[in-house]
Design a protein around this ligand. Structure first.
Ligand code: KIV
Length: 283
């Protein structure tokens, strides 16, 4: 945990917000941390744990709403969750993930929707997926004063094209395209770049080539930072567990055990006990 953060905890003053320049300045100095969160309570715990960035990922389509993939989540749903996360966050930089078809159709639509994440969602930045095909959008959004995080490699909004959740950058042509896209996104003004499910050596090449921080998920240790989906990290999402996930807890199991204890105590008449029960009003 950073020294400044400890000092702020001791003085009980709210810690200053992590800024986009601070994230950019971390490259080559210290590793960055990013996690997803989708609701107020989780955002509060993640924020207190001292991560640099909280992503309100469109993965919420799968882990919060139970969709098959990320394609169905809407702008309104993303904004609803972003507002909740923003209310629960004091220190981390909050990034809203632009959902499928909220930026691909036109540059004007991309700027307008990106702006909604800041204006209505109270995020400090947005993330969008893609390389050469979204450069105009990135330039226009940045020009409007909205920080943009790029996302290359396995881009789940393109699973129809990619043929599923598969590791990317596996041949020389694909590697060259990833490096070109990374450089182009950086030149277009992205402040950082998520690299998802690509070989570690490719992520290292990109990390060395671009001046902005790379944030890896299934992209090895050489990245400037790491991101995971919170439901994966704490063991809540069990439909599938990608190889790149480390489960630091088995919260799903622990929730179920707590609920079983509750159910059994209610069924046996043990809960509520006297300590949970209000006495009669004295007459
Ligand atoms: O939506 C998401 O959670 C993401 C992360 C996996 C980077 O895009």
């Amino acid at each position: 945990m950073a020294t400044e953060q400890k000092r702020d905890e001791q003085s009980m003053k709210p810690a200053p917000r992590v800024t986009v320049p601070a994230v950019m300045g971390a490259k080559g100095r210290r590793k960055l941390t990013m996690l997803t969160a989708y609701d107020y309570c989780t955002a509060r715990w993640v924020d207190r744990a001292g991560v640099d960035m909280i992503l309100v990922g469109d993965s919420l389509a799968m882990v919060m709403l139970g969709h098959e993939d990320t394609l169905s989540v809407t702008m309104e749903e993303m904004l609803h969750h972003t507002r909740a996360v923003a209310r629960g966050t004091q220190r981390a930089l909050v990034i809203g993930d632009m959902p499928f078809l909220s930026y691909q159709v036109s540059v004007a639509q991309a700027v307008e929707n990106a702006g909604r994440f800041l204006k209505e969602g109270r995020a400090q930045a947005v993330k969008l997926e893609g390389g050469a095909s979204v450069l105009q959008q990135v330039r226009a959004i940045v020009e409007a004063g909205i920080p943009v995080q790029g996302h290359l490699g396995l881009t789940p909004q393109s699973i129809a094209k990619l043929g599923g959740f598969k590791v990317q950058g596996k041949d020389q042509e694909a590697v060259n395209k990833l490096v070109e896209d990374a450089l182009a996104l950086s030149e277009a003004g992205c402040f950082s770049l998520v690299l998802e499910a690509i070989p570690a050596s490719v992520a290292q090449r990109i990390t060395e080539a671009v001046p902005i921080p790379t944030i890896g998920i299934g992209a090895g240790r050489a990245c400037d930072g790491q991101v995971l989906v919170i439901h994966d990290l704490v063991g809540l999402f069990d439909r599938f567990v990608p190889r790149f996930v480390k489960q630091y807890d088995a919260l799903g199991q622990r929730i179920m055990e707590a609920v079983i204890r509750y159910r059994e105590e209610v069924e046996k008449g043990v809960f509520p006990g006297p300590e949970h029960t209000f006495g009669a009003i004295p007459s």
